[in-house]
Write a protein that binds this ligand. Sequence first.
Ligand code: DGL
Length: 278
Amino acid sequence: MSWKAIGIFDSGIGGLTVLKELVKAMPQEDTLYLGDTARVPYGTKSPETVIRYAVEIASFLVKRDIKLLVVACNTASAVSLETLQERFPIPIVGVIEPGARRAAAVTRNGRVGVIGTEATIKSSAYTRAIKRVNPAIEVITRACPLFVPLAEEGWISNEVARLTAQSYLAGLKESGVDTLVLGCTHYPLLKEIIAEVMGEGIRLVDSAEETALTVAEILQGGGLLRPVAEKGNHHYFVTDVPAGFIRIGNGFLGGNLEDVHQVNLDEGTAPGGYHVQA
Ligand code: DGL
């Protein structure tokens, strides 16, 4: 019997934070990851542009016969999830609903902060999703656009990262939130600095773990979960030269990134059909 892979994409390396949780939850699954490194960041672009990018990437991965697609980018989830779900005939999971659910479950004082890219914050997708779970929760949001280039550069614990975090987070800290949603898949890379700046007693929510549970449930429900005895293979596609992606990704995943290919989405010149035999 052959088993299809799980597709997953982000504008760059941020989605690796979600991939890591997927692999932890389902080590038997094969994955195909695409990082759109030639066009990162998405967070400063218009919804129309991000939707176009997301559709191109989904087409690329769906052609490689994936069984489920994870939009491991909050920006793309915020603006393109519905379009993708309408256009492609496979389950498509975004990261916003899972993160919102977790935040609503863990807040004690009903004040939740959300940080994300300009596009995610402007979309109000988190505020709507959290209020759908509990309309009484007060949601305070803040865009932190410089966190993405810091994470892409691997500047996750130096003085520049600390000062940037202090400047972005001061207002949120004063507002008395007890829970902070890391509403961008790049931000978990800066988790330590963010936790330090926010101080003790603030719960940081990253959607990755909750998203992985959602994916496992969907696959289980559809009889699509690969037997646990298997060990998954992981393949990576990037749209720019792979060196930076490999360097940062290896640091983050502990030296696991081996199979990284540069692809051109326009011309569809990626390595040919991909199939996994069980
Ligand atoms: N990691 C992405 C997100 O979750 C986007 C970062 C960017 O490309 O601006 O929003």
